[in-house]
Design a protein around this ligand. Structure first.
Ligand code: SF4
Length: 388
């Protein structure tokens, strides 16, 4: 595996990144203690609900960031000056790395999904230290959304255990999995980055290891070598998100370089994960077909046979959002040159009233057909689980 080492690509545009160049951790040192991890998460302030800070998981988090100032808050959900502060765009990226929130997840609900996973689990976090320009997570929480770590991981796991027991065995294969009920555990964040902060991800991987009828699943854009030690025994599916490198450099700020994500696939498979890919988001711009062809040919060239044999992909076309578009114009306008294309996009009012946009129906259908054709031509081993 290549340890994250390319400061420009890993941490985004220079002006938006932090100071030090990351390095390879010393032998025996967990990656979360490396300077690369500290570069992504130079935490200075932890907003904490008192009970969350006092819990074992809360104390573990605070011990990992001993120099951080702890600020008591009544609720993790709406912290004045932090959430919903879309005027504060100059701190858009900085706040993601320098701030953490500790809280307890009050509502433990598992939702049916049926596309990527059978169910969406109550996640162990909300928010992300990376800064993808199209990310939908900040739309839900307010515009500066650092990671909120939920400290009641025991309650989340107990809830999941009961939910899984109620399902019994999966009797019919579906697009999510042949035999296991698949639970997405990372809907509103990135579990690989969460693992830099505490053992929530490790606890979930360990729990699913013992549930023979279920499987955890999460998408990631970050290669965290610490996850290789978690021994998932095939009960966790990691989905590396892939897109042409040119799109990723422009849009996926603070994430691992595309080459690292691809190179990591075999290591994660050998460590006991099921390894799938999210081809997402597919962004339509001049040259997109040839760049996706190149990516697919590269996958075909470099992935070992054992990875290809078990791989599957989700294909997800870009959706964007009017409010996020306005915010992005304040800190990363070049991204909007490709994300905001009113000529080929249409509005889709979401259930919560947000002004989302997606490609017009015929544009989307044509593009999905074209991409399926490229996959068939360049990476025919890559089964598409679903595309939308
Ligand atoms: S990695 Fe995922 S959760 Fe994090 S900013 Fe990017 S899209 Fe959002």
């Amino acid at each position: 595996m290549t340890f994250p080492s390319d400061a420009d690509a890993l941490f985004g545009l220079d002006a938006l990144g932090g100071p030090a160049a990351p390095d390879r951790p010393a032998i025996g040192t967990p990656f979360h203690a490396s300077s690369a991890a500290r570069h992504l998460l130079p935490v200075r302030t932890v907003y904490a609900e008192p009970a969350a800070a006092a819990s074992p998981r809360g104390r573990e988090v605070l011990a990992r960031f001993p120099a951080a100032e702890v600020v008591e808050v009544a609720s993790h959900w709406r912290i004045p000056g932090l959430h919903g502060n879309e005027d504060n765009v100059e701190r858009w990226v900085r706040v993601k790395g320098e701030t953490l929130v500790l809280g307890e997840r009050k509502t433990l609900t598992t939702r049916p999904n049926g596309r990527s996973a059978d169910f969406v689990a109550p996640g162990p976090s909300n928010g992300c230290a990376m800064a993808c320009a199209y990310c939908y997570v900040p739309r839900r929480k307010g515009y500066a959304n650092p990671i909120t770590v939920f400290t009641n991981i025991g309650g989340i796991i107990t809830h999941l255990g009961r939910h899984i027991a109620r399902q019994g065995r999966k009797r019919e294969p579906d697009q999510c999995d042949e035999t296991a009920w698949v639970y997405d555990i990372g809907e509103n964040g990135d579990c690989s980055v969460d693992a830099l902060i505490c053992d929530n991800t490790a606890d979930l991987v360990a729990a699913f290891r013992q549930w023979p009828t279920a499987k955890a699943s999460f998408a990631t854009k970050f290669v965290n070598p610490d996850l290789l030690a978690l021994d998932p025994r095939g009960r966790t599916r990691i989905r590396f998100s892939l897109m042409p490198a040119a799109d990723s450099r422009l849009l996926d700020l603070r994430t691992s370089p595309m080459a690292d994500r691809i190179e990591a696939a075999a290591d994660f498979l050998d460590a006991g994960y099921e390894v799938h890919f999210n081809l997402s988001p597919v962004v339509l711009r001049p040259g997109w077909r040839s760049d996706w062809s190149e990516l697919l040919r590269h996958l075909d060239d470099v992935l070992p046979h054992r990875v290809k044999q078990q791989a599957a992909a989700e294909v997800i076309m870009l959706t964007h959002n009017q409010e996020l578009h306005q915010v992005n114009l304040g800190w990363h306008p070049r991204a909007e040159d490709v994300l905001w294309q009113p000529d080929i996009q249409q509005e889709k009012r979401s259930q919560n009233g947000a002004h989302n946009v997606r490609y017009r129906n015929h544009v989307k259908a044509d593009a999905l057909g074209a991409l399926r054709g490229l996959i068939a031509a360049h990476a025919p081993w890559l089964r598409v689980r679903y595309a939308f």
